[in-house]
Design a protein around this ligand. Structure first.
Ligand SMILES: Nc1nc2c(ncn2[C@@H]2O[C@H](COP(=O)(O)OP(=O)(O)OP(=O)(O)O)[C@@H](O)[C@H]2O)c(=O)[nH]1
Ligand SMILES: [Zn+2]
Length: 194
């Protein structure tokens, strides 16, 4: 469980350490607001990947194995999420998550893929790990090892501070099963991604 009182105390400390007055009108409720915000944006920390697979694990049985050789896939594009980088706690934004899987016998409800992506983003993250987490969870829910996750995003820690390269986008891929092994499946994925 998130300790909101503790977050409030520490945020008040940060405000003081920065030389601001935590008692002035505009800041008096800020520690509480930040604690509420953290409770929301870091909700996913309290759940393991297996917990998330269970939470959103409702599937529909359908025999799709006959299409296996054709690599027929479900590809969900442009799921918008936010996250926070674990190095600076800076916002990762304009993030678009693309998830593909080749159904075997279990079909996942489409909204659940978006819910998985959303919850995994609500942690202190690396873009690469967001891809790994989503791939693991979707694979577990669907019993299909053929899963691919492509993410593009901008990192506040690179655009608003430090090197300050605005507009720089990072694209990461997580390829499992046939998407990794089979050139044909990979190029079909890429042509849908474009
Ligand atoms: N691989 C990866 N790196 C990330 C991600 N988010 C932030 N980073 C990088 O994490 C690194 C942290 O580097 P450090 O050298 O410890 O921190 P720093 O001194 O503040 O680095 P600068 O950003 O170069 O000023 C930086 O290069 C960030 O750009 C991510 O999702 N994946
Ligand atoms: Zn960072």
């Amino acid at each position: 469980m998130i300790d909101k009182k503790k977050i409030e105390e520490h945020v008040r400390g940060i405000i003081e350490a920065l030389g601001e007055d935590p008692k002035r009108e505009g800041l008096i409720d800020t520690p509480k607001r930040v604690a509420n915000m953290y409770e929301e944006v870091f909700e996913g920390i309290q759940y393991s990947n297996d917990d998330i697979a269970e939470m959103y694990g409702k599937t529909f049985e359908e025999d799709f194995t006959y299409t296996e050789n054709d690599n027929d896939m479900v590809f969900m594009k442009d799921i918008e999420i936010f996250s926070y980088c674990e190095h600076h706690l800076a916002l990762m934004y304009n993030m678009k998550v693309n998830v593909a899987y080749i159904p075997k016998k279990k079909i996942i409800g489409l909204s659940k893929i978006a819910r998985v992506a959303d919850m995994v983003g609500r942690r202190m993250q690396l873009q690469e790990r967001i891809g790994q987490d989503i791939a693991y969870i979707v694979s577990k829910i669907t019993d299909s090892e053929d899963v691919a996750v492509i993410i593009e995003g901008e990192h506040g820690c690179m655009t608003t501070r430090g090197i300050k390269k605005t507009g720089t986008k990072t694209v990461t891929t997580t390829l499992k099963g046939t998407f990794k092994e089979d050139e044909k499946a990979f190029s079909r994925l890429m042509s849908l991604y474009k």
